[in-house]
Design a protein around this ligand. Structure first.
Ligand code: ATP
Ligand code: MG
Length: 385
């Protein structure tokens, strides 16, 4: 079998081989290529030591990304190519990281340390495919299977529990029964994994096309990492992205905040997900929709889409979008007068804000037209109250 890669990958493989080293494409890039999917982040494995790799690509943009683990990154036209020396791993005493890694000379040994058979295939220009564990057949059958003894592999590194679920979700694969049993048996050890790593796998899992199935099949694992989650009845495949699906796992904004802060989620995500859960049903009257828009800004579009898809509020999104795009005023920024117009009339500090908000209220209610003249006129009425 002859596989073809992008120009730079070909160049990296050829350069290493011409210098007398072995060079293989491995990991997710080979898996995705064999699946006919778009390849990102090409991983290359070699028996050259990091210093030798640097020598082969002397004068080029080589970054020492993980020298201790044997990885250097060659950057060509802003695209990174990770070149890692064949290695094996010492014992794992903490379910997180090997105590030590050792550089070795054989791709076979290197493949044994990898997590799943579909991630443990290698390809070189001179040898072709190296597939010790039946990874190619598993790719064809859409099966995710641990390399070696599944119990041992999950107990070495508990993050593999979430990686398995992530690959099942993204690739639409079934987890092989022995691998699945071991996954459940060792899921408890996820508690030892750093929150950031758990969160990052979770977000990638949430975006997968088979997420809903993975959620139902592995719900107890979700409860381990987020005791606040509940299992929604609705098929989450109707929700378009990871944030929506995340929101669908909580019954209240407060629960979502607690769980996401514990997982060290970024602030943008915490805000977005809790806003999705905060709001009441999307209003039907234009006036009310304007207040809704003034409160959430363009976020109101997302909230209404979420509520339409998840709570079956028919037409909610189109209603909000129509008002949003109508050009009608729903925010202080759209008001035909601004702070300095009010200050010029002799108002100070806090009063200015109160007047502006009162004017916005009158415009939204339809009591005043949103023109400078009408608004300045209306201020007199506010004064008289
Ligand atoms: P993607 O890049 O889409 O996340 P990937 O499979 O390439 O998928 P990486 O994290 O880039 O994942 O890792 C590259 C390869 O390194 C994997 O394919 C696998 O062979 C190996 N690997 C990564 N993480 C682990 C792990 N925790 N345990 C064992 N092997 C791993
Ligand atoms: Mg990768």
């Amino acid at each position: 079998m002859n596989l073809s890669f992008d120009k730079t990958t070909e160049y990296v493989l050829n350069s290493l081989e011409e210098a007398g080293f072995d060079a293989y494409v491995v990991g997710g890039s080979l898996r995705d290529l064999l699946l006919g999917m778009e390849v990102h982040d090409t991983d290359i494995a070699t028996n050259a030591l990091p210093a030798q790799v640097k020598e082969v690509f002397k004068g080029q943009n080589v970054i020492e990304t993980g020298l201790k683990h044997g990885t250097v990154t060659l950057v060509v036209d802003h695209v990174p190519y990770e070149i890692t020396t064949f290695r094996t791993e010492g014992p794992y005493s903490d379910s997180r990281r090997p105590d030590a890694v050792y550089f070795i000379d054989s791709i076979e040994e290197d493949l044994k340390r990898r997590d799943f058979t579909v991630n443990a295939i290698a390809y070189s220009k001179s040898r072709g495919l190296v597939d010790l564990f039946g990874g190619v057949a598993d790719l064809k059958n859409k099966v995710l299977r641990a390399v070696g003894d599944p119990a041992k592999r999950f107990s070495e590194d508990a993050l593999r529990v979430l990686r398995a679920m992530r690959f099942a979700s993204v690739l639409g694969f079934e987890i092989e029964p022995n691998t699945k049993a071991a996954l459940f048996a060792h899921a408890e050890r996820l508690k030892k994994i750093a929150a950031e790593r758990v969160y990052s796998e979770l977000m990638r899992m949430l975006g997968g096309k088979s997420f809903d199935g993975v959620l139902r099949e592995f719900f107890p694992v979700f409860q381990l990492i987020m005791p606040e989650v509940f299992l929604p009845e609705k098929d989450l495949s109707v929700l378009p992205d990871a944030h929506f699906r995340l929101a669908a796992l909580f019954s209240t904004a407060a629960d979502a905040k607690t769980a996401l802060r514990r997982l060290k989620a970024d602030n943008h995500t915490v805000k977005k997900v809790s806003a999705l859960l905060e709001s009441a049903p999307v209003p039907t009257k234009d006036t009310e929709i304007k207040y809704f828009l003034s409160r959430y800004g363009s976020g109101a579009l997302e909230i209404s889409l979420f509520r339409e898809l998840f709570y079956d509020e028919k037409g909610a999104y189109a209603r909000v979008k129509a008002v949003y795009e109508s050009g009608e005023c729903y925010s202080l920024a759209q008001l035909a007068v601004n702070g300095s117009d009010i200050v010029n009339l002799g108002y100070t500090g806090r009063e200015t804000g109160l007047v502006l908000n009162k004017l916005l209220d009158m415009v939204i209610q339809g009591n005043v037209k949103n023109t400078k003249e009408a608004l300045l006129n209306a201020i007199k009425n506010i004064d008289n109250r």
